[in-house]
Design a protein around this ligand. Structure first.
Ligand code: G3I
Length: 392
């Protein structure tokens, strides 16, 4: 294996990058940013994101049972909504038909309730981190549609009953639309759910079960790259079908795994306009903006170059964050929450993807390139992008 890509090297590379970023985040070295947004810290340091946006929408963050302990001070100061990054996913919480892992999910719910923070449920049906056992029948053969629907029903009822009235929103179905640019390929046909049903019946069923199980929770369809015109068209078709079929859907989650290069303001607005035209509400559910525009090229035998959090990258990220929050404010009537995917640049799911974002090819073996995608730096301190976002 390429010596730059093995595990040991990844750890060393990560440590070097973290040290470099640490020095880049100290005030004396902070980069000169020439762009217009006001990144000067405001005097009132006692306020958090949730206070700056209290008249607009909730401010959320993806958490784990670990981060609610290690980062609790920052979470409590800045946010008033949390999403479990992994701990409520089907395969994690329900790894076998008769086995449930409630501990981490319960801890997150208890933390949120203790501090009067709202909780988004994530998620009830996804092609990843699912429960493989659901797809095999007792005879070892592929489960029938009837059995799959029963298992989906029982899963949804068990989870939603346990947390009834505690979740204000559930991401019911996650990423069921094909990400590729071909608009004739509407659904993600590689999903085990699609393979079993060959129709969107399972999508509708999941929403109906969730509504029956907890009629108070808002029910969302959650997707990434939703602003890209070809994918936007496919998502719009699905949403129109769900509405026409009177499926109980309340809103759409735009995951918002973005880069400093995409999407454009126009693309975000068009996607929002379409969803709103159907009478649906919106949340930005997994926001992060990587400073890289594409994954690094891995040339055999050479160490991938990690440019780090350069002044140029910082300036571009500030501009992008400012642009998207300007749009969020303009659409605040329809946007119920904006959730960041991970707490700070100390650790992001993007860091092991070679600098790419959702939908980009992932270098294999993994390449560790830090993405610096959030509003807090590797020391959990507010970045200039933070001030650009809160200073209107
Ligand atoms: O917990 C296990 C650990 O026991 C094991 O030793 C280790 C070895 O790989 O894996 C750990 O699980 C990892 C898990 O994250 C927790 O860290 C999984 O391998 C890893 O695949 C998983 O990645 C998650 C990813 O979803 C799965 O596709 C990311 O943390 C999570 O941020 C990401 O979140 C998704 C949203 O749910 C949906 N939208 C896209 C978003 C990013 O992919």
């Amino acid at each position: 294996m390429n010596r730059y890509l093995n595990n040991k090297s990844l750890v060393i590379a990560g440590a070097v990058v973290a040290l470099l970023s640490f020095s880049q985040c100290t005030p004396k070295q902070s980069a000169t940013v020439s762009s217009a947004p006001n990144t000067t810290p405001q005097a009132d340091q006692s306020k958090g994101l949730k206070d700056y946006f209290k008249d607009d929408f909730l401010m959320g963050v993806a958490v784990s049972s670990r981060s609610i302990r290690t980062d609790s001070a920052l979470i409590l100061k800045e946010f008033n909504s949390v999403t479990a990054e992994n701990d409520m996913k089907v395969g994690v919480i329900h790894p076998a038909e008769d086995r449930w892992n409630w501990k981490n999910a319960d801890d997150i719910v208890a933390f949120a309730e203790r501090h009067h923070i709202k909780i988004r449920g994530h998620n009830l049906l996804w092609h990843k981190q699912g429960a493989d056992w659901m797809f095999t029948g007792p005879d070892g053969k592929p489960a029938s549609k009837e059995l799959l629907l029963k298992r989906l029903h029982d899963h949804i009822f068990t989870v939603l009953s346990r947390y009834k009235g505690k979740m204000y929103v559930w991401d019911v179905v996650n990423e069921a639309i094909e990400d590729g640019p071909d608009t004739t390929m509407m659904y993600r046909e590689s999903s085990p759910w699609w393979k079993a049903f060959k129709s969107p019946e399972f999508i509708e069923a999941a929403f109906r079960y969730a509504h029956e199980a907890d009629p108070t929770a808002k029910l969302y369809y959650n997707e990434f790259n939703s602003e890209r015109p070809d994918k936007r068209e496919k998502i719009f078709k699905l949403l129109k079908k769900l509405k026409a079929d009177k499926v109980p859907i309340d809103g759409v989650g735009f995951q918002a795994h973005w880069t400093v290069g995409r999407p454009s303001a126009d693309q975000i607005r068009k996607a929002l306009d379409e969803v709103i035209s159907l009478g649906l509400e919106v949340q930005f559910t997994e926001l992060d903006i990587t400073v890289h525009t594409k994954p690094v090229e891995v040339i055999s035998g050479k160490a991938p170059v990690d440019p780090g959090f350069t002044p140029e990258a910082e300036a571009k990220q500030i501009d992008k964050y400012k642009m998207v929050f300007d749009i969020f404010r303009q659409y605040k009537k329809h946007i119920k929450a904006v959730t960041f995917w991970n707490v700070s640049d100390r650790g992001s799911w993007l860091d092991s993807r070679g600098g790419g974002s959702a939908g980009d090819p992932i270098p294999s073996p993994a390449v560790f390139i830090k993405a610096y995608p959030l509003l807090f730096d590797v020391n959990n301190q507010r970045k200039k992008a933070y001030w650009a976002v809160v200073n209107k």
